[in-house]
Ligand binder design. Sequence first.
Ligand code: KIV
Length: 255
Amino acid sequence: MAITIKKLIQYKQQQRPIVVLTAWDYLIAQLLDDSGVDLILVGDSMAGVLGYQNTLPISLEEMIHHAKAVRRGVKQALMVVDLPFMTYQESVAQAMHSAGRVLKETGAQAVKLEGGYPAMINTIACLVQAGIPVMGHVGLTPQSVNQMGLRQQGKTEAARNRILQEAIALEKAGVFSIVLEHIHPDLALEITQKVSIPTIGIGAGSHCDGQVLVTSDLLGLSEKQPPFAKVYTNLREAITQAVDEFSQEVREGKF
Ligand code: KIV
């Protein structure tokens, strides 16, 4: 049965952990969906798959192009697409235009955007009122890499409190779920207990309502993974080995 936003909220109430992974094309999306992943995110971390150094250069056109391919592979999971850097921060009108395009052109059910109080609250409330479901993202927000680096966030009492208040404000603004990235597990636990929507952790300990990994990290395909990403297999090695074998057979006239 297809996963809905309502179902994800029920999963939190039932304490059933939510499985989230990222996808960037049809084949990966199909494999994740067939495995029963609950939510498939077309994350702007796909920038790494496209050879960018961080998430800042990726465009809305690139996100939409890949999201369309992902859509063709997803039958059951809830599909969410990241709004890339500077396609929603400028104004409510810009956010509405970008999010509207994502939903209309890709068939995704929701968008995700980074940041919280006060910057994004009005924008999120307007998107939600217009019928666009929004997933929030606080803690380490990679689109702000030039301000915060890639360090764990919420280390001082004030910073910790700010992230907690952001999460509470995001829920009030109407997000259906929040990604908590690279914060201390105790803070993730506190947020998870204080909000009634599912929290999805990455580098935030095991107390969130669900967990997300970047699939190219999980598969050992990324050039380098963040320290908190668990690598389950080494596809770089497997691909290199297969390509070397093929090359050798061709060169020896065996193929
Ligand atoms: O872009 C992405 O893949 C993300 C996840 C790390 C949550 O935002």
